[in-house]
Design a protein around this ligand. Structure first.
Ligand SMILES: Nc1nc2c(ncn2[C@@H]2O[C@H](COP(=O)(O)OP(=O)(O)OP(=O)(O)O)[C@@H](O)[C@H]2O)c(=O)[nH]1
Ligand SMILES: [Mg+2]
Length: 250
């Protein structure tokens, strides 16, 4: 895309963040270098560290959810979406705030397919360490295979790196959205079942803070795992797929 066209596309980048003082600065600085010159928002989950202070000093807008809850990634994203949509951007891109190797290229690569190639949503796909992403590998993908086989080919169904047109995000709101870790898979299932065009974009290796060095107890992911599983099951009920269990081999 020409720099000129990129300059005419109004993009907002949102970082959901809970205690990310060690990575938020690098993330914001990287995103700001995008050719889309995006507005930066931090959807903060009442961080108890310096995340908000660092973000404000870098010129980011801070949006806090009305309710304090943890896990609260969903409520933070939904609150931010409602506020940002009032500003009428063309595109909204979510990025995790714990990424250590984020570059402006990630922003451009996720926004380009929507602006340039007519996709409604572009989602980050990456190489991940063998022990990374256990919830994706052991919960999300197998359950999608049972209940939503048509979207089980997505390599990263829980990707936090997701760009979509504002009209898509607006259409996804005003429903019963998950407050916690179920939000990412909920967005994928609802976007796909509404018939939108979704594309995964390869971004290379994702180096992020969570689950650092894979020395932690996987039980730390039990709440995430529960909320992702329950969200897929609730969606299966809503979309009349729950009977698929009858044909599942066990
Ligand atoms: N606002 C808000 N953001 C959150 C909350 N919990 C996590 N986040 C942010 O959501 C993003 C993703 O969270 P991570 O803990 O990195 O989870 P993940 O990378 O999806 O999963 P794993 O690496 O498998 O643990 C990060 O930027 C977090 O700071 C919360 O309760 N509220
Ligand atoms: Mg992470």
């Amino acid at each position: 895309m020409s720099e000129n066209k990129a300059g005419k596309t109004k993009v907002t980048v949102v970082f959901p963040a809970k205690n990310e003082e060690s990575t938020i600065e690098g993330c914001i600085k990287a995103a700001k270098e995008s050719k889309y010159n995006p507005k930066i928002v931090v959807a903060d989950g009442f961080s108890g560290d310096n995340t908000r202070k660092i973000a404000e000093e870098l010129g980011a807008e801070i949006i806090l959810p009305e309710k304090r809850m943890h896990p609260g990634k969903g409520i933070a994203m939904v609150t931010a979406l409602k506020k940002i949509l009032a500003d009428k951007p063309d595109m909204i891109l979510f990025l995790d705030a714990d990424i250590r190797n984020l570059t402006a290229e990630w922003v451009d690569k996720l926004v380009d397919p929507v602006v340039e190639d007519g996709y409604d949503m572009a989602r980050g796909q990456y190489l991940r360490a063998p022990r990374d992403a256990p919830v994706t590998k052991l919960v999300a993908r197998p359950l999608l295979g049972t209940f939503f086989p048509e979207i089980s080919h997505f390599d990263q169904p829980l990707s936090g790196e997701v760009a979509a047109k504002s009209e898509v995000w607006a259409n996804l709101l005003n429903r019963n959205l998950p407050d916690g870790w179920g939000i990412d898979i909920w967005f994928l299932i609802e976007t796909a079942t509404l018939g939108y065009n979704i594309r995964e974009i390869f971004l290379g290796f994702k180096e992020h803070k969570s689950f650092s060095h894979y020395t932690e107890d996987v039980a730390k992911l039990s709440k995430m795992s529960e909320q992702v599983a329950l969200t897929i099951i609730k969606e299966a009920i809503k979309h009349h797929r729950i009977d698929n269990v009858e044909n599942a081999s066990v």
